[in-house]
Design a protein around this ligand. Structure first.
Ligand code: PLP
Length: 369
């Protein structure tokens, strides 16, 4: 029988014009056996924490059993990871940073309520808010240096505002929000507004005035700090993430977690990865060293780029964007156009190991001559 559904029963606000699709996988490319350097999804070029992989092996015989009912074990491990500065009560964990974001937005956004974002931003802030039929107010960044229009953001706060999104380091720009700017925003939002500070790339930051939200949360400010195991821990496939915030907010948000939200392998791998300081240090050092090397190369070629505190660098595309992506692919380098992230004419390139970075730079040289 033909599909007779009356589409008038579909919620109109769920038919979004712009959705986040994520970058393509290597398998989606017909690559003809050539080596592919995937520099398009900000993954960890060094792979995964070996301790996490071992934890997965140890748990493979238990897949028929449900995992822990809650995230309590992981929250304990997170408290230890943060050296006891935050207690397990501060945390909420879920099956990816995106899921924690969705829980946060479900917790605070609703029809008639508003959130504030700054273009270019991680599209799910907007997408998940629209799922709640909420209003998304964009106060764009300054396009020359991607700094925030702080006064503009504060001015757009109304009685209906509930969430204000900040990302540091930011995706796709790689830029960060200096501590003084964070102070200015966090100290000045009214008590009905929560600042969501997305810090999933924080491990890669080395600027002296870079700050996470730990001190703010300890002091009791209404900040939700979003984190992920997808980047520095190298566990993007497992889908695991967390946030820390005031105990009151985290208890409120934990009510929204679905039963058995975190699968056993992710939970155990996440806990093991938190204890793998060696892998984390190696990852951070590699990114910082390669980032500096890439700056020198980009300067030599004369490519316009923005200094980054993340594991990727945004460049101004020297030729037509699609031609650029295609030419890179010819040389086996996958990169990500940033137009969909709100930075038209720019390309986001993940920092790889030296071999991958050399492949990228060589491909770039061919394009720029
Ligand atoms: C800025 C930002 N926030 C959050 C996430 C979500 O990470 P995940 O859902 O993989 O944990 C990402 C992923 O790329 C991101 O770039």
């Amino acid at each position: 029988m033909a599909d007779q559904i009356d589409i008038n029963i579909f919620k109109p606000y769920l038919s979004l014009k712009k959705t986040y699709k994520g970058g393509i996988t290597k398998d989606e490319l017909s690559k003809g056996g050539n080596k592919i350097y995937k520099l398009s999804s900000n993954e960890n070029i060094l792979g995964s924490s070996p301790k996490a992989i071992e934890a997965i092996r140890q748990n493979l015989d238990l897949l028929h059993e449900y995992p822990d009912r809650t995230d309590a074990k992981l929250r304990e491990a997170l408290s230890t990871f943060y050296k006891g500065e935050l207690s397990p009560d501060h945390f909420i964990a879920a099956s990816s940073g995106s899921e924690v974001l969705d829980i946060t937005i479900r917790g605070f956004m609703d029809n008639g309520l508003e959130c504030i974002v700054s273009n270019p931003f991680f599209l799910p802030y907007q997408m998940f808010s629209k799922w709640q039929n909420a209003e998304v107010i964009d106060v764009p960044m300054n396009t020359s240096d991607w700094s925030l229009d702080v006064q503009g953001m504060l001015d757009r706060i109304t009685d209906k505002t509930r969430l204000l999104f900040l990302t540091s380091p930011n995706n796709p720009t790689g830029t960060y929000i200096p501590k003084a700017t964070l102070d200015q925003i966090i100290h000045n939002v009214p008590s009905h507004v929560i600042v969501v500070l997305d810090e999933v790339y924080y491990h890669f930051a080395d600027a002296p005035d870079f700050s996470t939200a730990v001190e703010y949360v300890k002091e009791g400010y209404q900040v939700i700090a979003l984190n992920s195991f997808s980047k520095a821990f190298g566990l993007a496939s497992l889908r695991i993430g967390y946030a820390y915030t005031t105990p009151k907010i985290s208890a409120y948000l934990r009510q929204l977690a679905k039963p058995f939200l975190i699968n056993r392998l992710s939970l155990e791998a996440g806990i093991a990865a938190l204890g793998d300081a060696e892998f984390l240090t190696k990852t951070r050092n590699t990114i910082i060293e390669e980032r500096n090397w890439l700056y020198t190369q980009l300067d030599e070629i004369g490519i316009h780029y923005w200094k980054s505190q993340a594991n990727f660098i945004l460049i101004k595309c020297p030729v037509d964007q699609q031609d650029f992506v295609d030419a890179m692919l010819e040389d086996g380098v996958m990169v990500r156009p940033a137009a969909n992230f709100g930075a038209p004419g720019c390309i986001r390139v993940t920092i790889g190991d030296r071999e991958a970075n050399v492949a990228y730079i060589n491909a770039l040289k061919k394009l720029s001559v």
